[in-house]
Design a protein around this ligand. Structure first.
Ligand code: DLL
Length: 435
């Protein structure tokens, strides 16, 4: 089922015309209203008027995550606050989060894009959609909520967590579609098995999974254990939230909603645009956003672009499922975490040597973070209670700053292997990216 035949199946020629028109509008909007873009364009010796073809896009400077931090919280908004009807922010830090804003129209556009996403899984007004993405500043919950509502489906806004209750509701309400992170879907399946609930007997038939990396093997496992079709959905707060790209029933790459976003793949080392078929970093430009337009945003996500037509009839290009990142960002239980954030929390606490290692693993389908930290010789030879206090203090600090729980393991000086080059801060045993 295609939600918006008119736009999703548009001829490539008409689509390009529409993109160019919307791109020029967006560039004028940022040039007039956002000082950072105005300055950047000036530095690059370019004005919005100079962009006469889609090919000219490559002359514009990139936008990066640091730009959000530098303009925290509202410096990149292109409308006055009186026109902003919603704020979201990326998870991870309480300090300088990535803050994004939406006008009423933006919220409506987003709902429309998410309705397309749900339609990719065949969702109609006969469906009952359980939204188990987190509600709140994270874009997953409310993004899925508005989109599912737009399709006419019945929405169960349960948010994440409380797994047994999720399963009870799934059974009692007759949920047909589940929206959550892929690892949480597997965790639900496992909990169902533990309590003797056979998911194959329930009406559940499809799931929309994203917000973290997963693999083809994980898809197979989810589909088998839950007895459903599992659709990969992709997005990021900076671009709109979920609703940037979605798989169709062909399950062979994610269609980028190109009437609202231009996608490019670049060489992360040189910034040069790569042709379709080559692996590189995804870069997006928004075409219709009012409050928070964004030009050439470097996602750090690695993928490949496919231009071949898709059997489903949609004409929008597809991207390969996310294959990795160009930076060290980890996604732990749906929370985006940079090792540097953990480091700064650790260094604010005394008695710690600047040697630590993050060990990330997945047990029973739940991400598990263990932080190994070297403590001073003195503390280590002190009585045990000193170590326990410190462990507790670190655990609390990590939880309150980053919103994730971690197991803390304090070790003697010189326990963590030293490296001659870059320190190896992260050991990720989850094997989540496809090889
Ligand atoms: O995770 C938005 C979202 C919510 C997408 C619900 C899908 C479903 P952020 O918190 O800003 O936004 O995190 C964005 O998550 O740059 C990717 O690294 C990763 N990511 C999102 N979707 C996928 C996916 C939301 N399908 C970051 N596969 C992105 C792999 C994904 N990684």
């Amino acid at each position: 089922m295609i939600w918006s035949q008119e736009y999703e199946c548009m001829s490539r020629h008409r689509l390009r015309e529409l993109q160019l028109k919307r791109l020029r509008q967006t560039l004028h909007r940022v040039e007039q209203n956002v000082p950072m873009y105005r300055d950047r364009f000036k530095e690059a010796g370019i004005t919005a008027d100079d962009i006469r073809s889609l090919d000219d896009l490559k002359h514009l400077p990139f936008t990066v995550k640091q730009d959000m931090r530098d303009n925290y919280p509202f410096g990149l908004l292109a409308v006055p606050m009186s026109e902003v009807s919603r704020i979201h922010a990326s998870s991870g830090t309480t300090g300088k989060m990535t803050v994004v804003g939406y006008t009423k129209n933006d919220i409506s556009t987003w709902a429309e894009l998410m309705a397309r996403t749900f339609s990719c899984a065949g969702v109609t007004n006969s469906d009952i959609v359980q939204v188990a993405y987190g509600y709140g500043l994270f874009t997953g919950g409310l993004g899925a909520h508005y989109g599912a509502e737009r399709t006419g489906a019945t929405v169960v806004p349960i948010s994440g967590g409380n797994t047994k209750r999720q399963l009870q509701i799934m059974k009692d309400f007759g949920t047909t579609v589940l929206a959550c992170t892929p690892s949480y879907a597997l965790y639900m399946a496992e909990t169902a098995a533990e309590i003797g609930l056979d998911l194959h007997e329930l009406p559940l038939r499809a799931g929309l999974f994203g917000a973290e990396p997963w693999s083809e093997n994980m898809r197979k496992e989810i589909e088998a254990k839950l007895g459903i079709m599992a659709i990969d959905i992709y997005g990021l707060s900076e671009i709109i939230g979920p609703g940037v790209a979605s798989e169709c029933p062909e399950q062979n790459g994610l269609h980028v909603f190109e009437d609202h976003f231009i996608v490019e793949i670049i060489d992360p080392a040189t910034g040069e645009v790569l042709p379709p078929g080559q692996k590189g970093e995804l870069v997006f430009t928004s075409l219709t956003k009012e409050a928070f337009p964004i030009v050439r945003y470097r996602t750090r996500d690695i993928s490949i672009l496919y231009e071949e037509p898709c059997l489903c009839g949609r004409t929008h290009v597809r991207i390969h499922r996310i294959m990795g990142r160009t930076d060290d960002m980890l996604i732990i239980r749906g929370v985006n975490v940079f090792p540097s954030q953990i480091e700064s929390v650790l260094l604010e606490i005394g008695d710690i040597e600047p040697h630590y290692q993050l060990v990330v693993d997945r047990h029973d389908n739940l991400d598990d973070l263990e932080i190994w930290i070297e403590v001073s010789e003195k503390l280590f030879s002190d009585e045990v209670s000193g170590l326990e206090d410190l462990e507790h203090k670190i655990k609390e600090a990590i939880h309150s700053t980053l919103g994730i729980s971690a197991r803390i393991k304090l070790v003697e000086p010189k326990t963590i292997p030293r490296s001659e080059g870059k320190a190896k801060r992260v050991i990720d045993r989850r094997e989540i990216y496809p090889s």
